[in-house]
Design a protein around this ligand. Sequence first.
Ligand SMILES: [Zn+2]
Length: 406
Amino acid sequence: MNAYAPLLAGLIALLAGLAIGKAWERYKLQDGHWIDRRRARESPHYILGLNFLVSNQIDLAIEELSKAAQLDADALEIHMILGNLYREKGQVGRAVNVHQGLLRRPKLTRLEHAYVLLCLGLDFKRGGFVDRALEAFNEVLRLDAGNQYALVNLEKLYEEQHQWQEAHRTREQLAKLTQADEQPRTQAILAFLENELGLQAMKRGAYPEAAQRFERAIDLDPQVVPAYLNLGDVRLHEGATADAVGIWERVIAVAPERAYLTFDRLAGAYPQMGAPDRFPALCRRLIATNPQDWRARLALSRHLAAHGRVDEGLHLLFDALVQNPHALTIHQAIWQSLAALDLERGLVDRYVELTRHAVFYLDPHVCIRCRYRSTELLWQCPHCHEWNTFVEERIAPAQDGHQADV
Ligand SMILES: [Zn+2]
């Protein structure tokens, strides 16, 4: 996989938009330069340039497209692409110069103007000039209110700045423009943004507003796990422990693979409700339902150790280790237990045997969109900025055919 690949995908999408989109059609009809542009576009340099572009050979693409551009100095789209290629190569200043030069052309149509501004916005974004990028994308929308590229980029910029309100508003605009089959994804994103707004409200101490936000997030997308966690936290803060427990328990029903996120909360809350046995019972139920659930074993072993049953807990940890030999948290718990049992020889031998071939990671997760690796579960990928794309990375040898998430 080439480092340019995700960038290139966006670039090609942009090219496709230019080449076959409505903007292009209108441009052709309004403009008298059809013959000239055809000359540039039919030149071998143009075709070669696009071919190099598709095969990821950016430098050669620039060389050929520069020659094509010389054939027709007015060919706006070729200059626009050249500028984009400079940006993809990291030559942001050069890209900005090219695109700003195009903006100074006297007879740009409204849509041409919008497209060049969009390119300029992407240049600024790439260069880290957030304010100027925001300004450019907003200007694109003033010229072309339905420009989805501008909206998507605006949303990501707002998210990076933690301007959740603005990101939410932008995603709502985008939702009106997207196809029906994209609605579930849109709902999920809006739900995550509501959750972030709820967290902001919580930090301000505005608990009723926070609770409303979290509830709305769950209404938008029942799979939005952090909203349940946070809503439960609000209820606990209000003293409604049983309500909090009920909300956290819903996570186990809607997303059993994320059930472990409720463990610390539930382990603390059940005894407060006078029901200390519910936590070990929950762990055992989860293990019975999913024998690969190493986190429930880990949690149960901790619970047992805290109640003086270290030996029993250690065997659960060994079982957990078979399911996920790379989880450092399991190894740490095993060493604590072994130490508590005065390094009983048979148990140490068993541990050494189990770990013989293991490689250690803390708690490996991977983004299914861009393969970014993280040592913990993240809700938004810091690399591709997509929401809810992390899965647990499992490298253990398959024993029953469906263990590998990746
Ligand atoms: Zn990613």
